[in-house]
Design a protein around this ligand. Sequence first.
Ligand code: PNS
Length: 160
Amino acid sequence: MTRVAVYPGSFDPVTHGHEDLVRRCRRFADRVVVAVARDGTKAPLFTADERVALLETVLKGEAGIEVRSFDGLLVDFAREINATMVVRGVRAVSDFEYEFQMAYMNRELWHELETVFLVPGLHLTFLSSSLVREVARLGGDVSQFVHPEVNRALRAKFGA
Ligand code: PNS
């Protein structure tokens, strides 16, 4: 049986924290589908296509990992790709409330789908896409937090 995990998110943009989680997922899933939500509630910095392209660059050549985007409900997308688990990263207690709500709602929508929470490497727990965007917007150096191509894309967005 092939174990398929879906790792959904905004990835606006992908950081070393996301990369760390994708690789951890591969330890227990045969196939990991990194799924960029097109219908996010926030106004993203990068378009969905740009976010997919950056993820593909960052994860290029890694076996068992693919990048897709999806519209609509996560549970419908998970069914479509035969995923049996959703993987989400939790970094701090503050993440838990939102994550629990989503996990229970997704379970109500599709009982077969399990949510698996992973913690990133300790040195990455403070990292978030929103902080990376803010630091980059204000001209700070984010090169240690993101892949060089993502750094380049951020600099291009902010005209640096
Ligand atoms: O990286 P984020 O922004 O925390 O990811 C949130 C995401 C994309 C996983 C969540 O908003 C989502 O699953 N959106 C798809 C629409 C959906 O299924 N909504 C109900 C979730 S309970």
